[in-house]
Design a protein. Structure first.
Length: 109
């Protein structure tokens, strides 16, 4: 099995950009689609949940990014956002043969 089987990360798992439904100045995003490999999606979500357990003790860019995300949108949405980010990082490392850089991946703007 090769990463080249999937043309994008969307096909690999399901973390596609959400559709936006905005009205009256309120932004609402649609729910996540359930396309892609269900087993892989489950494993990535479990990995993200495991990473969230020690988030308060982390003193690195990942910990800072996660704490800011939890404050902004809650723990459960932060898990999905982390899984989404991990999928995109994995995709980039495997397809473009680049080294993983935590500071770049989890930079807070």
């Amino acid at each position: 099995m090769s990463i080249c089987q999937w043309p994008t990360t969307v096909c690999l798992v399901w973390f596609s950009p959400l559709r936006q439904h905005s009205s009256g100045g309120k932004n609402r995003l649609s729910s996540l689609s359930k396309q892609g490999n269900r087993h892989l999606r489950t494993l990535i979500i479990h990995g993200a949940r495991a990473m969230m357990r020690g988030v308060q003790k982390r003193d690195d860019p990942l910990g800072e990014w996660l704490r800011a995300l939890i404050t902004r949108c809650g723990a459960m949405k932060a898990v999905v956002a982390l899984a989404n980010k991990l999928t995109r990082i994995i995709w980039r490392v495997l397809t473009d043969k680049v080294d993983y850089n935590m500071k770049k991946a989890f930079a807070i703007n």
